[in-house]
Design a protein. Structure first.
Length: 258
């Protein structure tokens, strides 16, 4: 089956003017899977739940679609002939930072899931899956990554705890309007977290995002700088709410601190 797009329609039992349908209908999903049956089932099921859906049978077609129109979330199968889903996820993350990504993996492939998260995926769903679970995961990821939950207060200003990070000016400003001192490396780290809200970033991922700096992945420099930044932006650094540690995954910026 070739790639195709379908217009979103209200799902069963949902009023066209209802709040949930209104939110869902704004999201455009890209399904990337080499199995025609999987694409067809996901297309029909997701459209019935109010999403606009694009479907691609390989990475090349998916790249073309992503370049032509905005995509809110991509469902990417890891194991595809030719360029695999991990490579595609890396491509999407590097070029379209705001696209959310859910990896579709074979059951039990822990390594694939870990690598997928390292590449910047927001979640994964093992195959075979129940479409109802997949829709629940899609809704959850879109809630976490939607623009209204990114903590943005301007084009290049992001509220982080007690402070505001002015990315363009390379400034961190506290609640009194005063500059908060920070090193270039601390700015790089804070910028990386601010640009990937609600998404766990491993130490390696943070290092890759800041290749121009003299980071050392082996001296715990990332951990030390996180501790210092927490003292500057967290209301209670001993109980961080905005820059959190995710065990075995890294650090995550949570805009609302909840």
């Amino acid at each position: 089956m070739s790639a195709f797009a379908r217009r979103a329609v209200p799902g069963p039992g949902r009023a066209p003017g209802g709040n949930e349908a209104a939110v869902d209908s704004k999201a455009t999903l890209l399904v990337v899977d080499d199995e025609p049956d999987v694409r067809e089932v996901l297309d029909e099921y997701l459209v019935a739940h109010g999403y606009a859906v694009l479907a691609a049978e390989n990475a090349a077609t998916a790249k073309t679609m992503a370049a032509r129109q905005p995509i809110d979330l991509a469902l990417v199968d890891i194991h595809m002939p030719g360029e695999d889903g991990l490579s595609l996820a890396r491509h999407l993350r590097e070029r379209y930072a705001k696209i959310a990504i859910i990896m579709l993996t074979s059951a039990g492939t822990v390594v694939d899931r870990i690598v997928g998260l390292e590449m910047g995926a927001d979640d994964y769903v093992p195959k075979p899956f129940d479409p109802r679970e997949l829709v629940a995961r899609v809704k959850s990821v879109l809630r976490r990554t939607s623009s209204s939950n990114r903590g943005e207060i301007g084009a290049a200003r992001v509220r982080i705890g007690r402070c505001v990070l002015d990315i363009a000016a390379h400034r961190l400003i506290d609640e009194r309007g005063s500059d908060v001192a920070m090193s270039p490396l601390e700015f790089d780290l804070l910028k990386a977290l601010a640009e990937h809200p609600n998404r766990a970033l491993s130490r390696e991922r943070i290092l890759n995002l800041n290749r121009q700096r003299d980071w050392d992945p082996f001296d715990r420099s990332v951990d030390l700088r996180v501790m210092r930044l927490r003292k500057k932006v967290e209301p209670d650094p001993e109980h961080p709410r905005f820059i959190r540690t995710i065990r075995n995954e890294g650090y995550v910026f949570v805009p609302d601190g909840k």
